[in-house]
Design a protein around this ligand. Sequence first.
Ligand code: DQA
Length: 146
Amino acid sequence: AKFLLLNGPNLNLLGTREPGIYGAQTLDDIVQSLQQQAHHAGHALEAFQSNAEHALIDRIHEARTQGVDCILINPGAFTHTSIALRDALLGVAIPFIEVHLSNTFAREAFRHHSYLADVAAGVIIGLGPQGYALALEAAIQQTTRS
Ligand code: DQA
């Protein structure tokens, strides 16, 4: 199967950004380990990070023509603001899993609402980088289940 890992704004700063909240791993570390995990299981995973909403939306549109089976997405702060990202994901009709490193429910009230969560296949919150690995594991199982 084909998976697409999307990371939104400021996640390029992982490793140095508020390490008390987001941990010490860089986005490269996370992407590399996820690609290994996918390849070991015989699947392909592409990764894309952008600080721009339109670039993420364009990448989601591309995913449809590329035959991506499932999207793993940490939309960063766009989680709490972006109807456009929601519409893009609904528009391509590719199942997706929402991931957050931090426990957004233990943080500011404005992080408690997600524009994506109710249309996601599932949501993994607050487990740090392991959340991405768990999301991929679930995506593999749910995509390849006959
Ligand atoms: C985040 C949580 C968001 O509220 C925040 O804006 C981020 C990262 C997380 O992974 O914990 O940028 O998505």
